[in-house]
Design a protein around this ligand. Structure first.
Ligand SMILES: NC(=O)C1=CN([C@@H]2O[C@H](COP(=O)(O)OP(=O)(O)OC[C@H]3O[C@@H](n4cnc5c(N)ncnc54)[C@H](OP(=O)(O)O)[C@@H]3O)[C@@H](O)[C@H]2O)C=CC1
Ligand SMILES: O=C(CO)COP(=O)(O)O
Ligand SMILES: [Zn+2]
Length: 354
């Protein structure tokens, strides 16, 4: 992974966070609150265009704000450059990312490059990038976690999110639960490497994971109340990253494992699903209660094994062996790397591979 770019000197948080059923129709009020009217540029995905992108377009069109809409197919620099060019041509004054992690990340980075405000409208609660001041983008065969401007507003319509495939919500839970090992790694780096550490960011991140771990049975398909729990946790997790000025409180060795899987496995699973499985194994390495993590993910219905991820055992082992190289500047429990024997032991003992 390409190292994170220049650290902000101050904390950026969204000004408006709107979460609830049908709040997509409050978007007009949010835009008015932010003094954003004409010149909206909507970045959406191929599926999510019909689910919410077109709705956002119609809402702003009815207000006479002349919105432009474009679909983005992947989180890559090519797509970011395309959006920057189109938004420039359209003389856009602000960007709105409507959809999944990829659409939101593309819109977030394009808005930062254009120095324009950005509004996040997630259609799934699958990752904590919905509110963070970071964007994960592929460039020249590598994934980069880039510091960007935080969204000015987040509009999370829980009625839309509740209708998304349950797998996406369960993945969001995996991304939240991974905060446990991310914070353990950060504490380790603080003790061993004197890495700067924020007690506030770490506490918020850990508490966010704890709230979910205390009530995994409350996360059920098509329940608006479940969506609300997960969205709030994702917002807290994103705020923890903003406080830290890096993804440290929400991304440690388990994320390095997930990023490594994205590189080595031909068909990787969802980001949050992979992070959840990574958390089980990294918690074992930390000597913590990995069984509790596994049990919690099982109750939620998130994958806990290679076969549930749809990934061959051999790729899990390959990813474990290269994970420490993904982001060498970020010290974690993986240290200088696992031996093949140690990698096999952690994967077998935690029953991630059989
Ligand atoms: N910036 C940050 O801080 C973070 C960024 N990330 C990044 O986010 C990405 C992962 O995002 P994630 O959302 O899990 O996965 P994807 O962006 O890969 O989206 C998964 C799929 O879900 C579809 N989808 C989304 N909402 C709905 C819905 N309501 N109904 C039906 N289908 C829907 C999308 O459709 P469509 O084709 O329309 O997109 C897409 O095909 C990764 O690239 C990861 O690196 C993750 C964590 C933090
Ligand atoms: O996924 C993230 C937090 O959940 C962002 O972390 P990265 O910096 O590893 O992309
Ligand atoms: Zn994540």
């Amino acid at each position: 992974m390409i190292p994170t770019q220049g650290k902000k000197k101050w904390m950026q948080l969204p000004r408006d966070v709107v979460v609830g059923p049908d709040v997509i129709y409050d978007l007009k009020d949010v835009c008015n609150d932010l003094k954003l009217k004409e010149g909206a540029f909507i970045v959406t995905g191929h599926h999510t265009k019909k689910i919410a992108g077109d709705v956002v377009h119609d809402i702003l069109n009815e207000c006479g704000y002349n919105p432009v809409i474009a679909s983005s197919k992947e989180a890559s620099m090519t797509e970011v450059n395309k959006i920057v060019e189109l938004a420039n041509e359209a003389n856009s004054r602000y960007l709105i990312g409507v959809g999944s992690g990829k659409s939101i990340d593309v819109a977030k980075l394009a808005a930062t490059q254009l120095d324009l405000p950005f509004i996040s409208v997630p259609t799934a609660a699958s990752h904590d990038g919905i509110v963070s001041s970071r964007a994960s983008i592929h460039d020249k065969g590598k994934k980069a976690s880039i510091e960007v401007n935080a969204p000015m507003a987040v509009v999370a319509d829980t009625s839309i999110i509740a209708k998304a495939p349950y797998r996406l919500l369960a993945a969001g839970c995996g991304d939240i639960i991974s905060n446990y090992t991310a914070v353990l790694d950060w504490e380790l780096a603080h003790r061993l490497r004197n890495e700067p550490f924020s007690e506030y960011a770490a506490t918020l991140s850990r508490m966010t994971a704890q709230i979910l771990m205390d009530c995994p049975e409350d996360i059920k398909p098509e329940l608006e109340s479940s969506v609300r729990i997960v969205v709030k946790a994702l917002v807290s997790s994103g705020v923890a990253m903003s406080i830290a000025g890096s993804s440290r409180p929400a991304s440690g060795s388990e994320h390095m494992f997930s990023h490594a899987l994205d590189m080595v496995a031909p068909n990787s699973a969802l980001h949050g699903e992979q992070c959840g499985v990574g958390t089980i194994m990294m918690m074992y390495l930390h000597g913590g209660d990995w069984k509790k993590i596994k049990e919690c993910l099982e109750i939620i219905g998130a994958p806990t094994t290679a076969s549930e991820l749809g990934i061959k055992d051999s790729y899990i082992l390959e990813a474990l062996l290269v994970a420490h190289k993904i982001r060498p500047e970020r010290y974690t429990i993986l240290g200088a790397g696992l031996t093949p024997e140690a990698a096999e032991k952690v994967a077998r003992l935690t029953k991630v591979i059989s």
